[in-house]
Design a protein around this ligand. Structure first.
Ligand code: ATP
Ligand code: MG
Length: 425
C-alpha cells in the first residue's frame, strides 16, 4: 500500500455529520445579515502581502509571525488572508463602493494564520464578518453589536455570550496615552516578561492584553486609556453605552481591551464566553476610521466585527439550538431490471417535487437495500419489484412510524409521499 498523505497541521476537514450544524448556523448568519440590510461581498483568499502589512500593522502578532506568505512565480509577495477587513476595504476602494455612498457589507469564509494549533485555534479557520462604511456615530457601533446579539438569540446561546467593550480614542489621545504607558512600564521594567519587554518598543498597548498571570499586578495598576480620551471620544462612548442599554444588551467596560490589530480606533469590543476554556473570544470588532484612507481611499469612517465560526459552532453545540435532520426523505429500492429502469423516472419525479430521494445503486437483496435506508435515517422507503412493475404500482413504507405499508399507483407516489412527510411534521 502507498504511504498515506496526511492533512496539513491545524487544517481540519469538516465531515458529513458535523457539517449540517455548520450549514444551519451559516443560514442563520445569512438571514440575520439580510434582516439588518447587510449585503454579501466575496473576496479572494489571496492578496498582496503589503495589504496586510499596511493595515493590520507591522508590529502585530498576525503580521510578525502568523501569516502564510510566499513569493509567486512572478516574484511578488502574496499572503493567504489572515482576516478580511483589509480585503473588504481594498475592494471597496478599488470598485468605488464608498464613493458618495455608504455600504453595509458581510463576508464569510476561510482565514489562515500560522499559529500553534489547539482547541479553538486552527491554521485554517472560518470567519463571518460585517463592515459598515460611511457612518461615524455611535448608532452604527450599536447596530453592529446588536447584529451579534440577535444572532446569539437565534442560535439560542445568548446566555453564553458576554460583551466587553472599551474605547481606544483618537490616534492623538492614544499617542499621549502611549507615552504615559511606556514611562510606567519602563519604571516597572523588572516585572515585565520577555514578550512584554519587546512589545514595549513595538506595541506597548498590547502589554495590557498579556495573559501572563505573573504580570497581572503590574498591568492592573497601569494608567487607564479611558482617562486620556478627548471629550468627543468620551461622548461617543457614553452615547454608545446608552444605545446598548436601550437595546437591552448587557455589557462590561473592560479598560484593558485593546485588540491586536493597529487599524482600530475608538470603539472596540469582544463577545466572550465561559464555555470554551482559554480560547474564549467568539467575536471581536470595533471602529477603524482611518483605514480606508490608509489604503488609498478618501476619508470614510468604518466599523465592523469578525466572528470565529469554529468557536461559534462549538458554543451552539452546547446550547439548545435544534438542528434539523439532514436525512433524505425517501430511499428507493428496486428489484429486477425493469424496476431498475422505472426507478430513475420515479426518483426524478420525486425530486422535481422537492422530495429528497436516494436511489439505491448496486442492486442486491431487498433486506440489504432497506438496511441502507435505515442507516441513512430516511423517513420513507419506496419499493418496486417485478410484480409492482408489471402492475404499474409501488409499495410505500413508513420507516419512522408503526403503520402498514401501502400499495399505490406509480402516478400517486408523489401525493402519497408528500402527505406522509407532512403528517410527520
Ligand atoms: P485570539 O485572541 O483568540 O487570538 P484574535 O484577537 O487574534 O483572537 P481576531 O483577529 O479579532 O482574533 O479574529 C476574530 C475572531 O476570529 C476571534 O474572536 C476568534 O473567534 C476567531 N479566531 C481568530 N484566530 C483564530 C484561529 N487561529 N482559529 C480559530 N478561530 C480564530
Ligand atoms: Mg490571535
Amino acid at each position: 500500500m502507498a504511504v498515506k498523505i496526511q492533512s496539513v497541521r491545524g487544517m481540519k476537514d469538516l465531515l458529513p455529520g458535523e457539517i449540517e450544524l455548520w450549514q444551519q448556523v451559516e443560514q442563520e448568519i445569512r438571514d440575520v445579515s439580510a434582516l439588518y440590510g447587510y449585503r454579501e461581498i466575496r473576496l479572494p483568499l489571496l492578496e498582496r502581502t503589503e495589504l496586510f502589512k499596511r493595515s493590520i500593522g507591522e508590529a502585530t502578532d498576525i503580521v510578525e509571525k502568523e501569516m502564510y506568505t510566499f513569493f509567486d512565480n512572478n516574484d511578488e509577495s502574496m499572503t493567504l488572508r489572515p482576516e478580511a477587513t483589509a480585503s473588504c476595504v481594498r475592494a471597496g476602494v478599488e470598485h468605488s463602493l464608498f464613493h458618495n455612498a455608504r455600504a453595509r457589507l458581510w463576508y464569510m469564509g476561510p482565514m489562515f494564520r500560522y499559529e500553534r494549533p489547539q482547541k479553538g485555534r486552527y491554521r485554517q479557520f472560518h470567519q463571518y464578518g460585517i463592515e459598515a462604511f460611511g457612518w461615524s456615530g455611535p448608532d452604527i457601533d450599536a447596530e453592529i453589536i446588536d447584529v451579534g446579539h440577535t444572532l446569539w438569540k437565534r442560535l439560542k446561546i445568548d446566555r453564553f455570550a458576554k460583551l466587553e467593550i472599551n474605547s481606544l480614542g483618537t490616534p492623538d489621545s492614544r499617542a499621549s496615552y502611549r507615552q504615559q504607558l511606556v514611562s510606567y512600564f519602563e519604571a516597572h521594567h523588572g516585572e515585565l516578561d520577555e514578550d512584554s519587554k519587546r512589545r514595549l518598543k513595538t506595541n506597548p498597548l498590547r502589554i495590557l492584553d498579556s495573559k501572563n498571570t505573573e504580570m497581572q499586578e503590574v498591568v492592573q495598576s497601569a494608567p487607564v486609556l479611558m482617562d486620556y480620551l478627548s471629550d468627543e471620544s468620551r461622548d461617543h462612548f457614553d452615547r454608545l453605552l446608552g444605545h446598548l442599554r436601550d437595546l437591552g444588551i448587557d455589557y462590561e467596560v473592560n479598560n484593558r481591551l485593546v485588540r491586536g490589530l493597529d487599524y482600530y480606533s475608538g470603539t472596540v469590543f469582544e463577545w466572550v464566553t465561559d464555555q470554551l476554556g482559554a480560547q474564549n473570544a467568539i467575536c471581536a470588532g470595533g471602529r477603524y476610521d482611518g483605514l480606508v484612507e490608509l489604503l488609498g481611499g478618501r476619508e470614510v469612517p468604518g466599523a465592523g466585527f469578525a466572528m470565529g465560526l469554529e468557536r461559534l459552532v462549538e458554543v451552539v453545540r452546547l446550547g439548545d439550538f435544534q438542528p434539523e435532520s439532514a436525512a433524505a426523505d425517501v430511499y428507493l429500492c428496486m428489484l429486477g431490471d425493469e424496476a431498475q429502469k422505472m426507478g430513475h423516472s420515479i426518483a426524478q419525479t420525486l425530486r422535481e417535487s422537492n422530495v429528497a430521494t436516494i436511489l439505491h445503486c448496486g442492486g442486491g437483496k431487498l433486506a440489504r437495500q432497506l438496511r441502507n435506508a435505515d442507516r441513512l435515517n430516511t423517513a420513507i422507503a419506496i419499493i418496486v419489484g417485478q410484480s409492482e412493475w408489471e402492475a404499474g404500482n409501488a409499495v410505500i413504507k413508513n420507516l419512522r412510524a408503526d403503520e402498514l405499508q401501502k400499495v399505490v399507483r406509480v402516478s400517486e407516489i408523489v401525493v402519497t409521499v408528500k402527505q406522509m412527510l407532512e403528517a410527520r411534521n
